[in-house]
Ligand binder design. Structure first.
Ligand SMILES: *Cc1c(COP(=O)(O)O)cnc(C)c1O
Length: 403
């Protein structure tokens, strides 16, 4: 099978050669070209290349003016980088649970939190959490597994409550959302006030090492992020603020520019592979396949199924040399790192339930029909060994993706 990296080998070598011969290893034209192209891909005015996705989130929060001790709402079903960035920006995360069908932020729970657990400060017009007395200043919807969160109601609530929206688009390069409000499809990273992308090698668009980017239409935020990534410099050795070392390497910018040309095609392949998995799995008892609402075009960074005996199935697949993943086995609010916060088992029940049932099947653009059939046949064999009394405890109204 031809892999993307072999297909483009000569082009990548030309990038290394260019860096060698110009001696320009950080920033410069290769980074600027990629920033322009990626902004175009997302449909935003600005893109700022940074060191990684965590930098992108942290800088986005700081540049958006999130202050020390303020609350930032996000979900417990995400990679820890989302909450690390919140803490490192000096803020505190406030979890709302996920929707059981999309695995992304439940907008009804977001609404409930803002309406019932907060009151509006008459001086600033900002919500204050009744229990902790902290200001709520931002929302980070995470577009997990390659599917966007339901952005229209999130933006509407943000407007009503004066909140900044920072999209965590680290798993959803090129995913789309149909905005009813605007009557058009919008790309991940173009709806919130500012958005973060990761180009970690395993992502849909991956560098040859660490890389990330911020996208925004806000000129002031873009300027601030350019300073933050480069020690707060407005010009060399003139530091307007204290910043960070969070720049993007020239070689990574060059590599990403080449791969970006293929991203739409690779995403289409992932979508086609997801449809094939859905069909193959439709007859398998006790399996829930991913749900794609009519307003979503997911890019299947991961293909997630749910099953009751998840751990046994994973073990069975491993024994049959099929590698799978768990994204994520421990909800963030139950992680040791957050033991000091007053979250308990039972606080965020949908995430807790789903975390025990999810399984990520092999998914990449070039996976073949034969490989997918082999995965599903093996799952079928496992389900067969469970006998006829296999518990079917899932809601049966889950429709397959409307594609
Ligand atoms: C990968 C990822 C990040 C962090 O990106 P890095 O480049 O690894 O720092 C943040 N959020 C989510 C949801 C991710 O998947």
């Amino acid at each position: 099978m031809i892999t993307p990296h072999l297909e483009c080998e000569e082009k990548f070598i030309a990038i290394f050669r260019k860096a060698l011969r110009t001696g320009r290893f950080i920033g410069g034209p290769m980074v600027e070209d990629f920033e322009r192209d990626f902004a175009g891909f997302c449909g935003t005015k600005y893109c700022i290349g940074v060191g990684n996705g965590t930098d992108a989130l942290r800088f986005a929060l700081i540049a958006a003016g999130i202050k020390h001790g303020e609350l930032v709402i996000t979900v417990p079903n995400t990679f820890i980088a989302t909450t690390e960035a919140i803490t490192q920006a000096g803020a505190v995360h406030q979890f709302v649970d996920i929707n059981e069908q999309t695995y992304n932020m439940d907008v009804e729970k977001l609404r409930e939190y803002l309406e019932k657990e907060c009151h509006i400060d008459t001086k600033t017009g900002k919500p204050i959490d009744r229990r902790t007395k902290k200001y709520v200043s931002a929302i980070i919807p995470v577009h997990l597994y390659g599917q966007m969160a339901d952005m229209d109601p999130i933006m509407e609530l943000a407007k009503r409550y004066n909140l900044t929206v920072i999209e965590d688009a680290c798993q959803s390069h090129g995913a789309e959302y149909f905005s009813k409000k605007e009557n058009k499809w919008r790309s991940a990273g173009s709806i919130g006030h500012v958005s973060a992308f990761s180009f970690y090698p395993g992502k849909n668009l991956g560098a040859f090492g660490e890389a990330g980017a911020v996208t925004t239409n806000d000129e002031d935020i873009a300027k601030k992020i350019r300073m933050l990534r480069d020690h707060g410099q407005s010009e060399k050795y003139h530091h307007d603020i204290e910043g960070y070392n969070g720049r993007l390497d020239a070689i990574q910018g060059g590599v990403l520019g080449i791969k970006l040309k293929y991203l739409a095609e690779w995403n289409e392949k992932r979508r086609a592979n997801a449809i094939r998995y859905n069909k193959l799995l439709s007859g398998v008892k006790g399996i829930i396949t991913p749900h794609e609402p009519s307003w979503s075009k997911a890019v299947y960074h991961l293909y997630i199924i749910r099953i009751q005996n998840r751990d046994k199935l994973q073990k069975y697949l491993t024994e049959n040399r099929i590698s799978t993943g768990l994204h994520y086995p421990v909800p963030l609010h139950l992680q040791k790192a957050y033991a000091g916060m007053d979250y308990k088992q039972g606080n965020l029940q949908v995430t807790e339930k789903v975390s025990k049932e999810i399984l990520s099947l092999p998914m990449f653009p070039g996976i073949t029909e034969t490989q997918q059939e082999h995965v599903v046949k093996t799952i079928n064999k496992f389900v067969g060994t469970m006998g006829n009394n296999y518990p079917l405890s899932f809601p049966l109204n889950l429709s397959p993706p409307a594609i």
